[in-house]
Design a protein around this ligand. Structure first.
Ligand code: NI
Length: 403
């Protein structure tokens, strides 16, 4: 049965409602693990619409099991993250954040709304798909240890065992109406580097009488680049950036200490562990040469995100069928971190990108900026495609189990 036109029709009909919902969420953003109002909103929304009950398994996270034909025969999952960022919104729009200093600058309002829209479509078409579709509303994507890891510990992929998961993320580099896929390695593990160099401050005229942590810091910054360029195997992508350096001396004052922060990202767990040791060793040894003391911490963030080859290839061809081949693009490897990675380490997963840009309307600011905004036309695609991918996968999954 050819469901594409029906799904497109429902998505079009509900698009005004989706815009309204997204604006509501956008006006009421909440920080990671504090999504209390958002969760209340979601709980009453799904109840009112008759989708079922939001099963709360963490303080601010939960899921709804939508039942199709033979609901106990199989189960797949869809995921939306619901948290916002500590950013003061600068968009001059009527639906601007009402929570100053907190903003949906990563599009999680769009992800949440798209999943609600997909649920409406799945609900209306429930006699056309098999099994159960678990719709996950996940808190705390933006903050270590990541809401995904907590939800997994609380059993979001269990009872019964969830067979696959799909999720989407807005992408301001892609025009609204398009989507992108990448099978295999996609997003990186993301770890935080903290280094404190304790020297001995004094007059800038007499460095020989001091231990200058600033020149030591400069050496460490340079030398850390050798970790990624001279120790990593060429086939393993990796990135190391130091983004914060604090040395509070003056033109003529050498400070007592320098503090630095940075990030290390890669796509291989073995190398990741080895690199952590090398980062610490590099900083400590350079400090030792100069009799400075060194404190190094490499704090583990999310693992790397691997899209299941098979599921992602299928999803990509389904997207072409739903949207047209010209609306589907291949993505490059993207070394940002994303806690959807935790799901991808456990079950077949597909994390794809929803284009949200509109150059003409000036809607192309990057994620995590105070001017980030989306072309709301993308909601219709976000909801419709997600429902379509879910239905195809639910039926395929059911058939392959039955076969
Ligand atoms: Ni995000």
């Amino acid at each position: 049965m050819n469901l594409e036109p029906q799904i497109q029709e429902i998505a079009r009909k509900i698009s005004a409602d989706l815009i309204e919902t997204r604006r509501h969420l956008h006006m009421h953003p909440e920080l990671s693990f504090q999504e209390f109002q958002t969760t209340e909103f979601l709980a009453s929304y799904v109840e009112e619409k008759g989708y079922g009950t939001l099963e709360r398994i963490t303080e601010t996270g939960g899921y709804v099991d939508l039942k199709g034909v033979n609901p106990d025969s199989s189960i797949i999952a869809l995921r939306a993250d619901i948290d916002a960022l500590p950013i003061l919104e600068q968009n001059e729009v009527e639906y601007r954040s009402k929570n100053p200093g907190v903003m949906h600058a990563c599009g999680h309002d769009v992800h949440t709304t798209s999943l609600l829209g997909a649920m409406e479509i799945l609900h209306q078409l429930k006699e056309f798909w098999q099994g159960t579709i678990r719709c996950i509303f996940q808190p705390g994507e933006e903050r270590i240890p990541g809401g995904a890891s907590i939800m997994i510990n609380e059993g979001v992929l269990k009872n019964p065992d969830v067979q696959s998961i799909q999720g989407q993320h807005v992408m301001p580099l892609l025009p609204a109406g398009t989507v992108g896929f990448r099978p295999g390695l996609y997003m990186a593990s993301a770890d935080e580097i903290y280094i404190r160099i304790k020297g001995k401050g004094g007059h800038g005229a007499h460095p020989h009488m001091n231990i200058d942590p600033v020149t030591i810091a400069a050496s460490i910054i340079q030398e850390l680049q050798f970790v990624v360029s001279r120790h990593a195997k060429p086939a393993i992508p990796n990135v190391l950036s130091i983004g914060k350096v604090i040395a509070e001396g003056a033109t003529n004052v050498i400070p007592d200490e320098v503090y630095m922060e940075g990030t290390f990202r890669t796509y291989n767990e073995e190398w990741r562990a080895e690199a952590h040791k090398l980062i610490a060793k590099t900083a400590q040894n350079i400090c030792a040469i100069h009799d400075a003391k060194c404190e190094v911490e490499v704090r583990k963030g999310y693992p790397f995100l691997k899209n299941d080859e098979n599921l992602t290839a299928l999803a990509r061809s389904r997207a072409e069928k739903y949207l047209g081949t010209d609306k589907v693009v291949d993505l490059e490897i993207w070394p940002a971190g994303e806690d959807f990675a935790y799901y991808s380490q456990i079950i077949p997963a597909c994390f794809y990108r929803l284009g949200t840009a509109n150059e003409e309307k000036g809607l192309n600011s990057m994620l995590h900026t105070p001017n980030f905004n989306v072309d709301e036309k993308s909601l219709e695609v976000g909801a419709g495609l997600m429902a379509y991918l879910a239905i195809c996968e639910a039926n395929e999954n059911h058939n392959s189990k039955a076969g």
